[in-house]
Design a protein around this ligand. Structure first.
Ligand code: FMN
Length: 161
């Protein structure tokens, strides 16, 4: 019954990823929940200059130009993923959420190891209280424990359907 209900719900997993970690987790969540994927693209954040630009934009709440190819209004539930940039969401994700209304939303963030709670609290304030939240550290990816975290996150989302 729950499975059928979940199928009836349209889920969109939206994320920005600079180095691939958030992308990897986003695709896994979409696979488990049978959702669509929407990757956000933005300017060049490569190399050391890109790192500095990313940090500056995140801390200053900048909203750079972005591209993406799905309409979030077509979906009942959005799952939003971002890397942690200085305890803030990645600036392309900030552009995405600003001025947008979400019926239901869940968040996940990828990080080296600290600051993600603050970032997810800000998302809760900006976009509405989430159905589920998850922080994945790079160490969780290295030792494989991220799979368990993702499954728990997806179970939580399923439980709310
Ligand atoms: C500008 C910048 C700032 C960052 N700040 C933090 C931080 O405050 N805490 C942390 O744990 N990781 C931080 N990181 C590391 C990323 O969150 C981490 O490498 C993440 O896995 C990257 O995700 P991605 O591969 O999807 O881009 C930062 C990375 C960048 C580029």
């Amino acid at each position: 019954m729950k499975g059928k209900k979940l199928k009836d719900k349209k889920i969109l997993v939206v994320f920005y990823s600079r180095n691939g970690n958030t992308r990897k987790v986003g695709h896994e969540i979409a696979r488990i929940l049978n959702g669509d994927v929407c990757e956000i693209y933005s300017g060049n954040y490569n190399g050391i200059l890109g790192y500095i630009k990313a940090g500056y934009q995140a801390v200053k709440n900048k909203k750079p130009l972005i591209k993406f190819d799905k309409n979030s209004d077509d979906y009942n539930l959005i799952i939003l993923g971002t890397p942690n940039w200085g305890s803030k969401m990645a600036s392309p994700v900030r552009t995405f959420v600003y001025g947008r209304e979400f019926k239901k939303i869940g968040y996940f963030c990828l990080q080296r190891g600290r600051g993600g709670e603050k970032l997810l609290d800000e998302l809760d304030n900006l976009c509405g209280k989430s159905e589920a939240k998850m922080i994945i550290n790079e160490r969780d990816i290295r030792d494989g424990s991220y799979i368990k975290k993702i499954n728990e996150f997806c179970w939580k989302i399923r439980g709310k359907r």
